[in-house]
Each structure stands twice: as structure tokens, then as C-alpha cells.
Design a protein around this ligand. Sequence first.
Ligand code: RIB
Length: 293
Amino acid sequence: MIFNLGSINSDLVYGLPHFPAPGETLSAINHRRGLGGKGANQSIALARAGATVTHIGAVGPDGAWMTDQLRCAGVECDHIQQLDCASGHAVIYVDPHGENSIVIYPGANVALRDNDVMVALAQAGPDDILVLQNETSALLSAARAAHAKGMFIAYSAAPFDAQAVRDILPYLSLLLCNEGEARQLSQALGLEVSAIPVKHLVITKGAKGAVWLDPAADPITVPSFKVIPVDTTGAGDTFAGYLVAGLSEGKSPANAMHLASAAAALSVTRAGAADAIPTRAEVDAFWAAQPKE
Ligand code: RIB
């Protein structure tokens, strides 16, 4: 079983001709609302990959549609609380190249209490996995409890906060970050990236692929797939969810990375965050259609 303590956001997405300069007023080309939040996106990716996932999180009274969408995707939602505050939301700008710029309002995501998470994790055991990102409260207590149970713990260091990573690092089995986050963390710790003290480190590099670093083995590098990007929002979450799902199936790190890379590539060809995450059948078909060496 995979437990994901994660954010649930209403994504308000604006397609723009370019990112606004300070003081500039811009008219959006298009606008839509959809399910997002790094946590919700990762739960959807896990479920669409075929994993059994319980989401631990919170929404406000305005967030029932988001819980419904998670449930419809096959995510177990018994540990999503409805709290008396606004749901988390994100304002997302997407430029014509598919690049994004995101501002989040955490809302209910940071009103989760340690005890809520402990109740959810009470049923977990050493063969289970805990997935975390840096958009909710109760992260450290969740990591400590899962570590004490011997669970595999995967953490996405986003939004990046050096102190948050420093605090949680001793409990992690797998740290996921992008190139910029890896650079910031290495500077904050005063260590080379390859010396960051964690069992497994995965660095995603967008169009340049991804690398799996393990102090005890050679790096594993996977290339990215060539696609025409429409919207890169949630690509990292799709990668993280599919990677953890692949590992939980017993795939080797290299094979799980390839699966994750294919899923992330497909996601950027579509608009939105959770809405853009492909099913396992779509990923398998995409993979099968790739030219073989
Ligand atoms: O990683 C993409 C996500 O970041 C968006 O869905 C947004 O809600 C923010 O959490």
C-alpha cells in the first residue's frame, strides 16, 4: 500500500502570450480550473499507474469536487479531511512554450494536524511506502513515524526550502528534485550533489532526462522522450508518481525511471496538471510506439 501525505489544490490556469513583467497588465489567451497540488497530482499518477494509494490531506468546504475527482481516479480518500478553512489553490501562468510559473495559497493543506496523519498511518507497516512533497503540514512527524515503521519514504523537495529538506533528509529512502533544487540543496549543505546524504537521489532535468544517484552504484541516466510541450505543469509529479509505482511493482530503478520518463513526456503534451496525467495503458502504448535502438 502507498500512503501519500499531499496537497490538494484548485489550479487556476491562465495561458499567456508571455510571462508578465513587473507592473505589466496582461490579457490571458485562455483560462481553466482543474485539480492540482503536487500531492493530488502524485496520487493520481500512482493510481493511473496501477498502484493502490491512500491520500492523506485536507480541503475546505469548497473542495468536495477535488476529493470526488481523486476518488474517481481510484485514489482511497478516507483520510482526506474537510476543514473549516479555504482549500489550497494555485495561480498558474503557462506561456506558449508550455513553461509555467506558479503561486500557491496553501490553505487547508497546512492545517492538517500531526494526529490526523498518525491516525492514517496507524494501519501502515514495513512493506508500505510513504510519499511526501513540501506543500503540507505534518511532514516531519509523518516521516518520523514511517521511518520508525521501516517504510520506504519518497520526498519531492518542492516547493524548495533548504531547511525543510535538511530536517527530513535523515528519514528518506528517496529524494526527488529538479536540477535547480539539487543545486540549491548542494549549496545549502556545502556538499557536492553526489555527496548529498540520502540513500537514493533522483534528479529530473526536463528535456535532458533524469538521473538516479545511489552512493553504492553507478548513476543511472535516462533520456527524455521527444514531444511537443503544451503545458509542463505537473510533469515532475507525474514522474514521481510513476517512478514510485514502478518501484513498488518491483521494477529495477532503471526500468522504473524509463516508465516515469514516458509518463511525464505524455503529460506535457496535454493541458493541466492532474487532468494531463496518462493512464498506464496510454504510457505502455506510447512506450511501445517508440523507435527501438
Ligand atoms: O507541480 C504542479 C503543481 O504545483 C500544481 O498542480 C500546483 O497546484 C502546485 O502545487
